[in-house]
Every structure is written in structure tokens, then in C-alpha cells.
Design a protein around this ligand. Sequence first.
Ligand code: HEC
Length: 106
Amino acid sequence: MTLLKSLSLTVAGVLFTVGMAQAAPSAAISAKFGVCFACHGVDGHAILPTYPNLAGQNKDYLVQTLREFRDGKRPNDVMGPMAKPLSNNDIDEVAMYFADIKPGKK
Ligand code: HEC
């Protein structure tokens, strides 16, 4: 299965489960970071065990590591391209979103 195909299947699954999530993200957050939810889950609990959970992670750590992915200091084939288009503000926003979620809901 191509990455794109598996992503779109995952997005469909995410959209289906959004209704069940405790606090659904705002439309603005979903529009901007829906692609992240495809792997890390809309509730920050990854959809596959090979992806990291982000729910409740320290905000400063999330900011730092996303900047590192973006700037090539933490080279990663998956996350490099994901972080590339993010501004510092985007990174703050998505870091706050995941940091605010209570972990262990699953
Ligand atoms: C195709 C699946 C996929 C998508 C989409 C994706 N990620 Fe990731 N993400 C991963 C994987 C896999 C890793 C682990 C990378 C590694 O090996 O270091 C990761 C790592 C991370 C980490 C570091 C976690 C840690 O514990 O160090 C953060 C933060 C993160 N992703 C945020 C995001 C954000 C924000 C987006 C959307 C802009 C996003 N991811 C989109 C798969 C994905």
C-alpha cells in the first residue's frame, strides 16, 4: 500500500473517530494539523504502535523536537517533510494542543 493511500484511509478513520473523542479539536486545528492526526491520533494516541504518542508530552519538548525535525537537526524521513512547512507559531500551536491532552485515554 502506498503511503498516500494508507494516509487517506487513516484520515477516514480519524474522521470517523473524531465524533467519539472527548474534546474534538476546533475546525481551525483540524484543518491545519489533520495530517498529524492521521498518524499520531486526534487524541494524541498513535494509530500504530510504531508511531509515538504525543498526548500529554511536555510542550517545550514538542516545540524543540519539531523545530529540530524542521531544521534538519533531527533527520527523519517521515517527520522532516511533515515539519518543513510549519512556522514557529504553528509549532507552538500544535505543541500546545497535544500537551494539553490527558494521556492514557485508550
Ligand atoms: C506518516 C505518519 C506521520 C505523520 C503524518 C506525522 N508524524 Fe510525527 N512522527 C511519526 C513517526 C514515525 C515519528 C518517529 C520519528 C523518529 O523515528 O524519530 C514521529 C515523531 C514525531 C514527534 C517526536 C515524538 C518524540 O517522542 O520525540 C513529534 C513531536 C511529531 N511526530 C509531531 C507531528 C506533527 C506535529 C505532525 C503534523 C505536522 C506529524 N507528527 C505528522 C509519524 C508521523
